[in-house]
Every structure is written in C-alpha cells, then in structure tokens.
Design a protein around this ligand. Sequence first.
Ligand SMILES: Nc1nc2c(ncn2[C@@H]2O[C@H](COP(=O)(O)OP(=O)(O)OP(=O)(O)O)[C@@H](O)[C@H]2O)c(=O)[nH]1
Ligand SMILES: [Zn+2]
Length: 212
Amino acid sequence: MPFASVTKIADAEFPTRWGQFRILGFEGVIENPAACNDNIPPPAVRVEGAVALVMGDIHSAPPLVRIHSQCLTGDVFHSLRCDCRQQLELAMALITDEGNGILLYEQQEGRGIGLMAKLRAYELQDKGLDTIEANLELGYEADCRHFELPAQILKQLGVNEVRLITNNPEKVEALEVAGIKVVERISAEVPSEPTNERYLQTKREKMGHLVN
Ligand SMILES: Nc1nc2c(ncn2[C@@H]2O[C@H](COP(=O)(O)OP(=O)(O)OP(=O)(O)O)[C@@H](O)[C@H]2O)c(=O)[nH]1
Ligand SMILES: [Zn+2]
C-alpha cells in the first residue's frame, strides 16, 4: 500500500523501566486505501501513526527490530486472551540486553480492524468462533494489516538490514518486499496460557505463524 508521505513528527528522550530510549512519532498518509470490510467503504485518505523506540547505536550492525501491532487489551491491561504483552516485554528485554535496537509500535489495533471491532470479535469468540472466523463473520478480512509504514520508518532511520523479532512470516516477507533485508529472524515465542491456547493454535494452523 503506497504512502503519499511518511513524516517524522517528533523525536524526544524516553526513559523506561528497561532503559533509556528515544521516542519518535511518525505519520503516514495513504490516499485511496484498500477496503478491509465488505460493508464499510474506506475513507479517501487514511493517516496511520506509529511510534519508534530507539536505543543505542542502530547503524554499526543490523539492529534488533520488533514490529509490534497495537493491542490495548494485552499491552495495557495484560490480557491473557493473547500473547501481545509478553511479546512486548520480550522485545524490550532483548533490545535492552543488547543495548541497541528499535521497537516499532504501529497503531493497527486488532490486526487493523480497530478496537471496537476487536471487542465484537471477542464476543463471537466467546460463542465458539476462532479469531479468523470472528473477523470474517463481522465482514472483515482475517488480517487487515500491512507493514509498509514500519518499512518506510526503518528506511528513514537509515536501517536497511535488520534482525527481526517475530513469529509471523508475513512481517519478514513485507520487509523484504520493501527492500529491507531480514538477516535473521528471532523467535518471539512466549509461554502459553490456558486462556490463549486456542488463539495461538489459530495463529499456528491458519496463519502460518512459527510457534510450537
Ligand atoms: N481481530 C483480532 N485481532 C486480535 C485478536 N487478538 C489479538 N489481536 C490483535 O493481533 C495483533 C497482534 O497480532 P498477532 O497475530 O498476535 O501477532 P503478529 O504481530 O502478527 O506476530 P508476531 O510478530 O509473532 O507477534 C494486535 O494488533 C492485536 O490487537 C483477536 O481476537 N481478533
Ligand atoms: Zn493482544
């Protein structure tokens, strides 16, 4: 999905529990974005936001990079319906241990369907549908995300080779297609919980994620 523009909005100091980062805000403008729901026409222009947390020297070797998709329920409330919060903590710890790296946090809540739609999908999952079936029942595609914005941000940061923390082969492929070489994939697998076992099973069996 081509961006008409990707603009750095801000760049500030960012102390965290894990260590000292810089926090950068980016906005990408897409003209005529693709539809993601049969019943909801897309806007003429969509603005996507993403945050980059940058630690240390990211240029002397391919840095550790995590592309993390927003999950309010997991990231903020530590939900055990999914594994997002544990993955976020894993990525922060890996980057901090190494002393350099980039965490790209994209505002593609609910695999791009938005928070309210994700909560409606949860209702359907409570009635027995899996994550993909619930999206489809609501008229959405299984996964409405694309990873063009993180790729463009990496280019703006002068990073063309990365070691990517993910279990999702689509993220690897999306970066490669955008001209960012993934020299290594680092597993983002975290221990499962009884409450997210089915969620992980669907990722493994229907979405091709590299989890056991
Ligand atoms: N539509 C929908 N989205 C969900 C659901 N549970 C979590 N998400 C979203 O899924 C996104 C995370 O995607 P995942 O498929 O868990 O993992 P990934 O980012 O593709 O892959 P990794 O890099 O391995 O973590 C976040 O945006 C969550 O908000 C759900 O039940 N339905
Ligand atoms: Zn989540």
